[in-house]
Design a protein around this ligand. Structure first.
Ligand SMILES: N[C@@H](CCC(=O)N[C@@H](CS)C(=O)NCC(=O)O)C(=O)O
Length: 253
């Protein structure tokens, strides 16, 4: 069985899928897209993924898109080292958390990411090129136009940070309820995988606002110590490695 993953090193959604592949020890071919250059908006890619985003999985010609769907798909067809509880009630809880994660931290993290990391690249574009690029995005058109070339205003940034903070608090409650160390108890599940890249991103941006939540601190240490973590976050996967201005920012903090 051959797996081809269209993805981007720094993409949080791609990191979820790479983590599951690496944890299961499954070989996969990686096709790396340059998102700032617009590879995800080329007609040949849009035929695979009409949302114009990564990741996309090609499994022997069968196309599966959307990172949480891909991780569930992989866990179904490659059940070794399962990330899904056997008990249907716990499975339902896992999916509930995955929905929460996509709606809260995974969505909110885009605001500090774009404001702090990507904005300088967009500011170098002409107004016309920026608008044309934003309008060509099937899923993120309004997001890009709201950000514009001056970035999200402070109120929007504060709201995103507040949503992220509430997500860490929710993680803390879930870990306490389940007995930890993972969100649903003793075993790591797809819910942990789903939220992981948001915390890695915020840590990388120097905004790890969970230091007063010891259960989340331990969770973060545990996921970084997982055998799948290092191969998932290979060189170039962190924004601070790619954007020198972020390193300078971190040094000043
Ligand atoms: N719900 C989708 C979201 C995918 C997504 O937003 N991907 C981002 C990278 S993490 C992307 O490709 N962005 C490109 C763009 O905004 O043009 C998933 O989970 O796969």
């Amino acid at each position: 069985m051959a797996y081809k993953l269209y993805n981007a090193p720094q993409s949080t959604c791609s990191q979820r899928v790479r983590f599951v592949f690496n944890a299961k020890g499954l070989p996969f071919e990686e096709v790396k897209l340059n998102l700032l250059a617009g590879d995800q908006l080329k007609p040949e890619y849009l035929r695979l993924n009409p949302n114009g985003v990564v990741p996309t999985l090609d499994h022997d010609g069968q196309i599966v898109i959307d990172s949480t769907v891909i991780t569930e798909y992989l866990d179904e067809i490659e059940p070794q080292g399962s990330f899904t509880p056997a008990d249907p009630v716990r499975r339902a809880r896992m999916r509930t958390l995955m929905h929460f994660i996509d709606e809260m931290p995974a969505a909110a993290v885009r605001v500090p990411t774009f404001n702090l990391a990507f904005l300088p690249s967009f500011q170098k574009m002409s107004r016309e090129d920026f608008i044309a690029m934003a309008e060509s995005k099937p899923l993120r058109r309004e997001f890009m136009l709201t950000m514009g070339q001056s970035g999200f205003p402070k109120a929007e940034m504060d709201a995103a940070l507040a949503r992220l903070r509430r997500s860490y608090e929710r993680m803390d409650v879930e870990i306490e309820k389940s007995g930890g160390p993972w969100l649903l108890g003793k075993e790591i599940t797809l819910a942990d995988v789903a939220v992981m890249p948001s915390l890695v991103r915020m840590h990388d941006l120097g905004l790890a606002d969970w230091q007063d939540l010891p259960r989340v601190v331990t969770w973060f240490d545990n996921i970084r110590a997982h055998k799948a973590f290092a191969p998932t976050f290979y060189s170039g996967s962190l924004l601070s490695e790619r954007f020198p201005h972020l390193r300078e920012r971190a040094e000043h903090n």
